[in-house]
Design a protein around this ligand. Structure first.
Ligand code: NAI
Length: 401
């Protein structure tokens, strides 16, 4: 945070602005509102510190307030590049301590993750397995009661890179079919299209999109682009998903085959090295590259930049790179999740996050009060929680009629 932002007057102004924005979001997160009232009575987190690494933005803020209402001391940081300073300032007033700021460098962000662990959390609320990785690497895993993991990519890390090194239970929220349907498919689909239009101001109808990955997110991105008149093709390494995409009516091919056809390439795989230098010279002039996956590694941005002869920032979150052939490649949001970039509003719909964070709150409650029913390492959201949240969501949907 710069010195100007730390000045008391500026800080108070930021907190006011944050509180004003939070009011609207809070009022639309009806499921979390009900849990907050319940937690204020049951106090499942009394005496516990929850260490957080989750985007510091208004919807997350409502989850953190809910946990604090249940007695938790909440301390942590956001994800790199998505921290909203007014929200951090507003939460600070309620005793929730979040490190980091909008313009922090990657090194600062890494230090903030370390600082979170230095506060000796009992429970981790993780995104991308960043905190779990630190406790495992620093030999602190035995001090953790349990935790949750928000993302697909974090689930991959826990099951692959950190397999056998996490002795505490981690409920992987992303494995929830409810979350996958509501957020990864429909909300990411909606925000991917909306963010493309908002950041680039380009039209979707008639434009040719190649979507890499036909998992939950990719299916939603393809579905909503087509709904708005986009021509959509799919790149998928799993033959069953490729088969499904073909039967859903999409053109299916390798990126090499589709590179010269696509006006826009959107990656949604959660895996590194999807768009690499092998295909840079196959693109048509003006192709737009954008990533929706959690880590900024699906498009090989360092290779693209070193291949380019010129790079120009032409608008917020839009970089134009000129290749030696004279063709231009347009990169959105530095290859980071572009649906969280650009000017507000950002991210997935309030209702989808209300549902995902309800699963978070219930899972963290289970970690705090019923670890005996959980096993060590990554696991799905317990079935009774899934079903209870499904019933509650259906009741809320019906009550709005
Ligand atoms: P998923 O596992 O359902 O789908 C990924 C798909 O990509 C799989 O079908 C896989 O076979 C395919 N794939 C893997 N490598 C590939 C390659 N090299 N080329 C083509 N296809 C490939 O995962 P899900 O839930 O769709 O998540 C994808 C990513 O999106 C993850 O990183 C996740 O964390 C992230 N995510 C982003 C959100 C956002 O708001 N931006 C919200 C939710 C998830």
């Amino acid at each position: 945070m710069n010195d100007v932002m730390k000045a008391p007057g500026v800080r108070a102004g930021l907190a006011e602005a944050g509180e004003q924005r939070l009011g609207w979001i809070r009022s639309r997160m009806r499921s979390l509102a009900a849990i907050r009232t319940e937690f204020a009575e049951s106090r499942p987190f009394d005496g516990l510190t929850i260490g957080v690494a989750l985007h510091s933005e208004p919807k997350t803020a409502v989850l953190l307030e809910t946990l604090a209402a249940g007695g938790a001391h909440v301390v942590g940081t956001g994800n790199h590049g998505s921290t909203q300073d007014d929200i951090v300032a507003a939460l600070e007033r309620n005793g929730i301590e979040l490190f980091g700021h909008r313009d922090e460098t990657l090194d600062e962000h890494r230090r903030n993750l370390e600082r979170t662990i230095d506060r000796k959390p009992d429970i981790l609320l993780d995104n991308g397995a960043d905190l779990a990785a630190i406790v495992a690497d620093r030999g602190l895993a035995d001090t953790i009661v349990g935790g949750t993991e928000e993302t697909t990519s974090g689930g991959f890390r826990l099951r692959e890179e950190y397999a056998g090194r996490i002795p505490f239970p981690v409920i992987v929220i992303n494995d929830s079919p409810l979350k996958a349907i509501a957020e990864n498919r429909h909300a990411v689909g909606q925000s991917a299209v909306e963010s493309f239009m908002r950041i680039t101001n380009l039209q979707v109808p008639g434009r040719r999109f190649a979507v890499a990955g036909y998992g939950w997110c990719g299916r939603g991105v393809a579905q909503y682009l087509r709904a708005l008149g986009g021509k959509v093709a799919v790149v998928e390494v799993d033959e069953l998903k490729a088969f499904e995409a073909a039967f859903d009516g999409y053109r299916v091919g390798s990126l090499g085959e589709l590179a010269g056809w696509a006006d826009v390439v959107i990656t949604a795989t959660g895996r590194p090295g999807v768009v690499t230098e092998k295909v840079f010279d196959l693109f048509e002039d003006g192709v737009v590259l954008a990533n929706i996956g959690h880590f900024p590694w699906e498009i090989d941005v360092p290779a693209l930049r070193s291949h380019a002869v010129r790079s120009t920032t032409v608008a917020t979150a839009i970089e134009e790179l000129e290749l030696p052939s004279g063709r231009r490649v347009v990169l959105l949001a530095d290859g980071r999740m572009y649906n969280l970039a650009g000017t507000a509003p950002k991210g997935n719909s309030i209702e989808s996050m209300d549902l995902g964070f309800t699963l978070q709150a219930r899972s963290l409650e289970r970690v705090a009060t019923g670890t005996d029913s959980l096993v060590a390492g990554p696991q799905r959201v317990p079935d009774d929680i899934e079903r209870a949240v499904a019933r509650q969501t259906l009741a809320l949907l019906n009550s709005a009629d």
